[in-house]
Design a binder for this molecule. Structure first.
Ligand code: ADE
Ligand code: ZN
Length: 337
């Protein structure tokens, strides 16, 4: 068992579902609150951690948006992103595709440029200094209107060289993909990649909508797709990647017990699942802890772990040339580990 956990530690992998605002660790939250003179409703790091007990997605999101209020300057976004990239690199993440929620900041009067410039500068520095490549995916907040998403999209076009794709996150129930058909159609026409959270709390119909109306390249989560046999068959047939986040699912009561996690059924059905950390500062683990938790709960074999890492590169938005290089690093590891 520990042998397979050591194998996970060294396994080269990509992370494809990671909200940068969800990497805000309590100690950084306090440091930035002090730096920016923001008053937090907590007295200590322990009090913050005690507050991280959620019954559903919305309870988490309330604290996630509250925490994000300490992020004010470009340097704050830079520091947050550098800290994540270092932590990810320590887990042998050699490529990562980072979500950011600019509307969580622009609604507070923070400039879009401040957010994206801080994150992008950290990504450039980490590629040079740590050897981790990364891409940026802008997520629209689905509890806001499509009009607001369209406004954000038009601002984002000024930074198109920094952004590889667009996604959809925040409160899923009551905010189906259909609500955002127009903005995703514009993004697709402009050549961007498309992803959407679907089937985390929402029904299988939302996964169908993400496929048919938004024309996604990946589904984020997708757990509830397993409730529909025709959908499972379609996801398998299209080799549609799913970015699965087990510790998130446990924290948000999407699954009651990791032993019942749908990853087992996804793999058995031949779906292209990947493992990711979602919001690691809130859910108690970075990507390797997600691999290890699933290995222990589902008895994943070495071959299954290797497949999950292979899927992470296959489902990424990197060029075929870089993909071949990263796959070769994985093959090199498997040959000697
Ligand atoms: N924003 C940050 N994490 C999220 C999640 N797991 N689901 C929906 N929106 C999110
Ligand atoms: Zn997410």
């Amino acid at each position: 068992m520990t042998e397979l956990h050591n194998f996970i530690d060294g396994l080269p992998k990509a992370e494809l579902h990671l909200h940068i605002e969800g990497t805000l660790e309590p100690d950084m939250m306090f440091a930035l609150a002090e730096r920016n003179r923001v008053v937090l409703p907590y007295a200590s790091v322990e009090e913050v951690q005690a507050a991280y007990s959620f019954s559903n997605l919305q309870e988490f999101l309330n604290l996630y948006y509250q925490g994000a209020q300490v992020l004010i300057t470009e340097q704050d976004f830079y520091d947050l992103t550098v800290a994540y990239l270092k932590r990810a690199r320590a887990d042998n993440v050699i490529h990562t595709e980072i979500f950011f929620d600019p509307q969580a900041h622009t609604v507070r009067g923070i400039n879009f440029d401040t957010v994206v410039n801080g994150i992008a500068r950290a990504m450039d520095d980490a590629e040079r200094d740590l050897g981790i490549s990364s891409e940026l995916i802008l997520c629209f907040l689905r509890h806001l209107s499509e009009e607001e998403a369209l406004e954000t999209f038009s601002i984002a076009l000024r930074h198109r060289e920094k952004i590889i794709g667009f996604g959809l996150d925040s409160s899923e129930k009551g905010h189906p993909p259909a609500k955002f058909q127009q903005v995703f159609s514009l993004a697709k026409d402009e050549g961007f990649r498309i992803v959407a959270h679907a089937g985390e709390e929402g029904p299988p119909d939302y996964v169908f909508e993400a496929l048919d109306l938004l024309k996604v390249d990946r589904i984020d989560h997708g757990n509830r797709a397993l409730e529909d046999a025709a959908l499972i068959e379609r996801l398998a047939h299209e080799a549609m990647p799913l970015t699965v986040c087990p510790l998130s699912n446990l924290s948000l009561a999407v699954v009651k017990d990791l032993a019942d996690h749908p990853l087992r059924r996804m793999l058995d059905a031949g779906l292209m699942a990947t493992l990711n950390s979602d919001d690691p500062a809130y859910f108690g683990g970075y990507v390797n802890q997600n691999y290890k938790a699933m290995q222990s709960a589902l008895n994943l074999t070495r071959d299954e772990l290797a497949l999950l890492a292979r899927n992470s590169f296959e489902a990424s938005f990197i060029s075929e040339g870089r993909k071949a290089k990263l796959m070769a690093r994985l093959d090199g590891y498997l040959a000697q580990a």
